[in-house]
Design a protein around this ligand. Structure first.
Ligand code: HEC
Ligand SMILES: [Cu+2]
Length: 333
């Protein structure tokens, strides 16, 4: 297996990659040979049978051997290709029964991954090496599509339907995944930095992320880590520091600024401890209970002047993470 990229294909990082590449190169070289042979024959015949004085054009009649050959040869090639393709398709769609499940939720414009212990990551998929993993995917709005080139796998995430995708990574390291279904874009109203540049648009192009393949021994440590406060220079982060990390990791920044400018959602600056005007004409005090409810049931109390477009984080953020986010909001006075 070649884990380095070639001119045509990315490195081979999963058990599928060698087979997929074999079929790919077979079709590629078959096309090259047929292109040269057919174009060559066409040029040769154009020269050989060009109009010549004194020679009358006449059909040459049947040539049974020739006709059988050009019918049977492609037939055999196509049957072989179908056989390989179908075998590969069956493998790709049937995960082994001991595969580890990761729940994938796609939405405009991010990916949420939920691991067996209930921990989450956003736009960063983590998997262990040499172990079959099954992604159980859904979408909460439009059709998205998960494509991991180095694993040679791709499948749509469809609203109202679970689709699955499985692979077994064979190489430790970090690679990219993409959304390969154009899923729209919108102006965010303010400049945001998503770590790959400054934008005042969010959209399909923001649905790019990384896949980290961990050594088997590091995997339990990774699972543990997503439930705990991260450490900064070896010291466990304070709740407010953790909240700031979650603000970025969980993509709150795509709709909420911390500098006073309204975006798709209200700014978090001067929010904690102030009165908030609500859509229904009433107002509420932005205390811990109000903020917690805004995160878990965003449509229960909608802030005046904003659309009810915030997704719920119920089941995605645990209590300690919500506490950390509130602690961070509290510092933004
Ligand atoms: C898709 C855009 C979007 C994302 C992503 C988003 N929000 Fe919101 N949020 C909104 C909008 C719009 C509102 C105002 C309407 C409402 O109250 O539902 C809002 C309101 C809020 C409020 C109440 C604000 C106020 O001034 O009263 C809080 C708290 C909040 N969001 C927290 C979060 C947290 C925490 C995250 C990340 C984990 C997050 N939001 C991610 C769009 C978003
Ligand atoms: Cu998408």
């Amino acid at each position: 297996m070649n884990t380095e990229p070639t001119i045509q294909l990315p490195g081979q990082w999963s058990t599928f990659a060698p087979d997929v590449d074999w079929v790919y190169y077979f079709i590629y070289w078959l096309s090259v040979v047929l292109f040269v042979a057919i174009t060559g024959a066409a040029i040769y015949f154009v020269m050989k049978y060009r109009r010549q004085p004194g020679v009358k054009a006449e059909p040459s009649g049947h040539n049974t051997i020739l006709e059988v050959t050009w019918t049977v040869t492609p037939l055999i090639l196509l049957v072989v290709l179908f056989h390989w393709g179908f075998k590969g398709y069956v493998q790709l769609t049937n995960p082994p029964s001991d595969a580890m499940d990761i729940r994938v939720r796609a939405q405009k414009w991010s990916w949420d991954f939920e691991y067996p212990n209930g921990g989450h990551t956003v736009n960063q998929l983590h998997v262990p090496v040499n172990r079959p993993v099954r992604l159980v995917m859904s979408s909460s709005d439009v059709i998205h599509s998960m494509f991991i080139p180095a694993f040679r796998v791709k499948r749509d995430a469809v609203p109202g339907y679970y689709s699955t995708l499985w692979f077994e990574a064979t190489h430790v390291g970090q690679t990219d995944f993409f959304c390969t279904e154009y899923c729209g874009a919108a102006e965010t109203g303010a400049e945001v930095n998503n770590g790959r540049g400054h934008f005042n648009w969010a959209g399909h192009f923001s649905m790019i992320g990384s896949v980290t393949v961990h050594r088997g021994a590091e995997w339990p440590e990774f699972l543990d880590g997503i439930l705990r406060a991260p450490s900064i220079n070896g010291v466990e982060a304070t709740p407010a520091q953790w909240g700031e990390i979650l603000y970025r990791e969980r993509q709150c920044f795509t709709c909420h600024s911390v500098n006073g400018s309204p975006m798709t959602g209200p700014t978090w600056q001067h929010m904690f401890g102030h009165n908030v005007d609500l859509q229904d004409g009433s107002s509420a005090m932005a205390d811990e209970n109000y903020l917690r409810r805004s995160i878990l049931q965003p449509n229960a109390q909608v802030v005046r002047g904003f659309q009810p477009v915030m997704p719920t984080y119920a089941g995605q953020l645990n209590d300690r993470q919500i506490d950390a986010l509130i602690a961070y909001m509290r510092t933004l006075q």
